[in-house]
Design a binder for this molecule. Sequence first.
Ligand code: 5GP
Length: 195
Amino acid sequence: MSETASTPAGLGPDHGYGPDIHHVLLSEEQIQAKIVELADQVARDYAGREVLLVGVLKGAVLFMSDFARALRLPTQMEFMAVSSYGSSTSSSGVVRILKDLDRDISDRHVLVLEDIIDSGLTLSWLLKNLGSRRPASLEVCALLRKPDAIKVEVPVRYVGFDIPNEFVVGYGLDYAERYRDLPYIGTLKPEVYGD
Ligand code: 5GP
């Protein structure tokens, strides 16, 4: 299979997913430029402090990796995996911890990295959970937010992009575990869902 034949123009490798993509919402260049912007802002706000980045698996893995490199501060990284009960494209707010943090976050400056805030239910639960562990500070940096889908207001200090209320994939975000490895963010053709 030729990779370039199915790659949307100017968007670099699509790992062969090109035929499934309906349209590209954010290009690799837009994402990377925004990450540098967010990291500069965070570096200014946290100057002189050591930040503990908490990445929410699996969606935030690519974001965490690029963000940590762009953030010119000494940081440590922790990961947490949670699962939100619901359909394959929406969450219910009933959350289960699949993988907890490996260590205590009390008195630490915690910055949660989220891939996307949709209803806000998962994040709301997560902030309560992490807040109960008595960090010195607790803030959120989300790459994407869907303002029209919000069901519960959550305090998010840093947001990359506000996007329309559509299901998106790529740059860590999956549909049925596929598309996470795409360097850009896009929507899928309806036939991909098969329902
Ligand atoms: P929320 O609890 O805010 O509704 O949803 C949070 C989680 O649902 C996200 O961390 C993500 O895993 C998943 N999610 C929400 N919207 C999307 C989307 O548009 N695409 C994908 N792939 N996952 C989403």
